[in-house]
Design a protein around this ligand. Structure first.
Ligand code: FE
Length: 393
């Protein structure tokens, strides 16, 4: 038996924030990040709309990027005091992810993070509140997914929470909010969305429900990401929908080792953070070459290329076209082709390689990758992504 779960409602298009005016509830808490939603006036609109719906509104502001356990606990405490029946999370991935975890601790104060990290083991939520998510970036799609990532800085661990209980009840995908993204963020989040769709399409858990969502998302990213990056707001609006479709696919089909590699290298080097979408964009073509040694995955990558109208008649030629297309997108948007080009120091890379490879193999996303990988193979794969060498194993 398999399961396919999405939010009950997805409101999309310009002015979809207005749906909040008709939302049922008595008390709403709004969870937001660092201030851009306030600066651009979206926070005021959300608060005013909720008040118009007759709700008392409280704010939980300043959720940091890569939200911490402490922030989650403070938010859960604020919820315990205010007793909301509606939780509205708004912003990039971080405030929405944090609010999902706050929600669990608000409903079950006695629970611990250790209880929650076993995938798909959450207690039944929605006893106290329902959850509305409003994304401001076009990438993570956390507004429609069953996932949240919370960081325990004292232990240096990221808790990847996964359960359909934290799939929001309502997603509001209003493209006007994403129009505020700067170009670099547009590039990185757009490539994150493309990676979600491609990994979901070849995942071992892909299904007839997730495939069409993944393919449509890939097609829209190919059609609209370059123009969105250049500042065309019609294209930006389409990308906001495309990333959501990709999220609907991967929330159910899960991901693969591009994400395993990105998760374990994002904060691994002293030269600075590698943004999530940028890491995915670098790794994606190498992983396609690695996974394509698996016959089934090979056929599915070739199918993506064929459906997107890329050149080639043989599977190998089609897959080369797909990788060239990704290389070309990265080049246009200033994303490096290798970790070396990104600025990772060779000595540090070599020193940390074995640990990073081992951690990446152990990542939660490795399980649904279409080709199994050993730590030794992962080391070789990382080495290819460092120097830009051919993946031939
Ligand atoms: Fe991602």
């Amino acid at each position: 038996m398999a399961r396919f779960t999405l939010p009950r409602d997805i409101y999309y298009g310009k002015d979809s924030l207005d749906v909040l005016k008709t939302m049922k509830g008595t008390k709403a808490i709004v969870v937001v990040g660092g201030g851009s939603m306030k600066r651009f006036g979206f926070l005021d609109r959300v608060v005013n709309n909720l008040k118009e719906a007759g709700m008392e509104v409280s704010l939980f502001e300043n959720v940091e990027p890569d939200p911490s356990v402490e922030t989650v606990m403070r938010g859960a405490q604020a919820m315990a005091e205010f007793q909301p029946d509606v939780i509205v999370a708004m912003g990039g991935g971080s405030p929405i992810d944090a609010a999902k975890a706050m929600w669990a601790f608000y409903e079950y104060p006695e629970i611990t993070f250790e209880d929650l990290i076993t995938p798909f083991s959450f207690p039944e939520l929605r006893q106290k509140a329902k959850f509305v998510a409003i994304p401001s970036t076009s990438g993570t799609a956390t507004e429609v997914t069953a996932f949240a990532v919370i960081t325990d800085y004292s232990k240096g661990i990221k808790y990847p929470l996964a359960d359909f209980n934290i799939t929001p009840d309502v997603a509001i995908v209003d493209p006007e909010i994403a129009e505020t993204m700067p170009p670099k963020l547009t590039a990185h989040t757009g490539m994150d969305a493309l990676t979600h769709a491609i990994e979901a399409y070849v995942s071992t858990l892909h299904s007839p429900f997730t495939d069409p969502l993944a393919l449509q998302a890939i097609e829209m990213v190919f059609d609209y990401l370059p123009a969105s990056f250049r500042g065309n707001m019609d294209a930006r609006d389409e990308m906001h929908l495309a990333q959501c479709l990709a999220g609907m696919a991967f929330s159910n089909a899960l991901l693969g080792i591009v994400h395993s590699m990105a998760h374990k290298t994002g904060a691994a080097f002293s030269t600075g953070h590698i943004p999530h979408g940028c890491a995915n964009a670098i790794y994606l073509p190498y992983v396609i070459k690695f996974n394509a040694k698996n016959t089934e995955a090979k056929a599915r990558y070739a199918e993506i290329a064929r459906r997107m109208g890329l050149d080639g008649t043989s599977q190998d030629a089609l897959i080369n076209s797909l990788c060239s297309k990704i290389d070309c997108f990265n080049k246009q948007m200033g994303i490096p082709k290798t970790l070396q080009e990104f600025g990772i120091v060779e000595e540090e890379f070599k020193e940390k390689l074995a640990t990073i490879a081992e951690n990446a193999v152990a990542d939660a996303c490795t399980g649904s990758n279409p080709r199994a990988i050993t730590p030794a193979e992962m080391e070789k794969l990382f080495t290819c992504t460092y120097y830009g060498t051919e993946v031939d194993f």
